[in-house]
Design a protein around this ligand. Sequence first.
Ligand code: ADP
Length: 335
Amino acid sequence: MYTHTSINTTEDKPTAIAVLTSGGDSPGMNPAIRGVVRAALHQGIKVFGVHKGYSGLIIGDMWEMDSASVTNIVQRGGTLLKSDRCQAFLDPAVRHQAAEVLLKKGIDSLVVIGGDGSLTGAHMLASESSIRVIGLPGTIDNDIYGTDDTIGFDTAVNTALDAIDKIRDTALSHECLFLVEVMGRNSGFIATHVGIACGAELVVIPEYEVEVDAISFQLANNRVQGKGSSGIIVVAEGPTPGLTYNLAKQLEQHGQRPKVCILGHIQRGGRPTGHDRVLASCLGAAAVDYLCGGYNDVMIGIKNGAIAETPLQHIIDKKKQLDAQLFEHVQLLHK
Ligand code: ADP
């Protein structure tokens, strides 16, 4: 499914590769780990799994992996290696210590699977040390520049859809309005995709200001058009907790009686979808190819259906924009 243009994989073979998962976990991290491990072993390269992300890296908490150590994980959510947030890694002296730990163990390359924070840490390590670092986009949010798709996004969308299809039954039976909060602090990728796929009446996302008057008007209009008074509004959680409850209160002042359902962390767990398993497996294997081809300080992602690299610096500097047309489709399709 995903291919990349031919890389000379004998150019600069790593001596040994470490792999870690960091930040918020996402379904598909396990197949990505498996991809890295199996591809490295195929190339005759030793591979080490790091326990608990950067926290394990700085203290050398890692073990050598063989083919059997990633057996039976392709279908499992979460991460075999565990994940963590590590404030200490923001300190350049601590990152220096991490590089020393790797070099002492004879490891010259690292694959980091995580979100934008983790990839920022990966870039810092690559630019400050001789360790060669490849990042993989592991986040349900799909908000990473340089890739059309991130590991876990498809599963999170499907998990939310499963729940919303059930909520829709109650909304229809009781003719009531539900505000369903999905994840997305800074971006509305999940909310917009979920909104289209569940036939939501409206979607509220951080990229656009909430206009309660307009929402209320549209809901009233739906009733006039005979669409009944049930409905689903998908709300991205936004940067401040409580946004969905605040919106519900404001809608109450406009005569609506919405119920709130927060989907929360269920969106981060669960078996990865087939799509995420293929994506993660291919990116994991590609990370090893790119290391063998001499690449460093890049993230491997998907651009126009093919595997492609982006400098980690660009991931830090640039923001991936939600396609405005996609957002407009929610309303267009509901009409
Ligand atoms: P995610 O990777 O899911 O976005 P975080 O933003 O919490 O999650 O980042 C995960 C970890 O990445 C942090 O706990 C820290 O160890 C590392 N990290 C984040 N930002 C930086 C940074 N500016 N410099 C170095 N390391 C960072």
